[in-house]
Design a binder for this molecule. Structure first.
Ligand SMILES: Cc1cc2nc3c(=O)[nH]c(=O)nc-3n(C[C@H](O)[C@H](O)[C@H](O)COP(=O)(O)O)c2cc1C
Length: 324
């Protein structure tokens, strides 16, 4: 059994957290992670307030275990945030704040509802800002991760962040899909891991089967950091690039970003249709470099159990033998 401070803080058996992913986390996936002894988090950016309310209700129908709700701070809508606060989840997870946003205001409102506060950062200064604003848990997100990321890789970022915000607990996100990643993150000072891509390739994930298969098929070398999907959706993120599959959609517009700005609405429509149709060439597909570590679609329960068993084998079996 691997037990860390984050297990106590969140009331979970295993220090494995599902990252809240807008458009890619729905009630069945969130509840499955919590039911497996990890911690499920719901991404909110693809919902409106009524959908968010329904989805939180659907999680509660599937589990009585703790779960979290994620908000992207740069585009947080008061109506949506109010739904989350009313629902009183165990955790409110934040990410991607603008520099001029007052973090302590959001953190305090979450705390006042009895929730823990987690903040994800891709750089140390942002983690320090969140620590000073009262976060309970920080997430060091490396650039290997799927979705929107910064420029620092997990390997240097995590220990720097652990030291900077000590004694606050830090989770490692980005590049982790198995027990080797969990054992490595713990060795670097993390109190657990936060996973996106690995949970996207599960039975319970809401992704189109073709997109799950493209994660399995990926050798991990086929992603690119790009602004193309965001230009099409006309969402300006504060300092993030998006790590996505380098497919025909990305190659078509690479170097012609100005054309996207001219035709964003039409291109966004095409991308949305490709997403619904499971068209892996013309949709925007976000996954991390750790897709290269994923070779099958499994149940969430198997994913969590396999990660824990492999990490325990490494910690108990392989590492002690290295000592002379
Ligand atoms: C499709 C996708 C959507 C994501 N959406 C969000 C989001 O809405 N909010 C957020 O905080 N992080 C989001 N992330 C980032 C994850 O929380 C997490 O940091 C990342 O997936 C970890 O790296 P990994 O994919 O290598 O496991 C997203 C990631 C992916 C792949």
């Amino acid at each position: 059994m691997i037990h860390t401070r984050v297990c106590d803080l969140l009331g979970i058996s295993h220090p494995i957290v599902l990252g809240g992913m807008g458009g890619a986390t729905t009630a069945p996936l969130v509840a499955a992670v919590s039911n497996a002894g990890g911690f499920g988090t719901l991404g909110t950016s693809a919902f409106d307030a009524a959908m968010l309310d329904r989805e939180i209700g659907a999680i509660r129908e599937r589990t009585d275990k703790p779960f979290g709700v994620n908000h992207l701070l740069f585009e947080v809508k008061e109506e949506m945030f109010a739904v989350t606060l009313r629902a009183r989840p165990a955790l409110v997870a934040f990410a991607w704040a603008r520099k001029n946003q007052n973090l302590s205001d959001y953190f305090k409102r979450a705390h006042d509802c009895g929730a823990r506060v987690m903040h994800m950062a891709g750089e140390v200064p942002e983690a320090l800002r969140a620590a000073e604003a009262g976060a309970d848990i920080l997430v060091a997100q490396g650039t290997e991760a799927g979705g929107h990321v910064g420029w620092m890789a997990s390997l240097p970022l995590l220990p720097m962040m652990v030291k900077a915000v000590a004694p606050l607990p830090v989770l490692c996100a980005g590049g982790i899909a198995d027990g080797r990643g969990l054992a490595g993150a713990l060795a670097l000072g993390a109190e657990g891991v936060l996973l996106g891509t690995r949970f996207l390739a599960t039975n319970e994930s809401p992704l189109h089967p073709n997109f799950k298969q493209s994660i399995v098929d990926s050798d991990g070398h086929d992603t690119v950091l790009t602004e193309i999907p965001d230009l099409a959706s006309q969402r300006v993120w504060p300092g993030a690039m998006s790590r996505a599959k380098r497919n025909k959609f990305i190659e078509r517009w690479s170097g012609r970003e100005w054309v996207i700005r001219q035709n964003a609405a039409e291109i966004a429509k095409q991308v949305a249709a490709a997403r619904v149709g499971g068209d892996i060439d013309n949709a925007s597909i976000s996954y991390g470099q750790d897709a290269g570590l994923i070779d099958s679609i499994k149940s969430v329960k198997e994913v969590v159990q396999d990660i824990i068993e492999e990490a325990e084998d490494i910690i108990r079996g392989r590492l002690p033998k290295l000592l002379r």
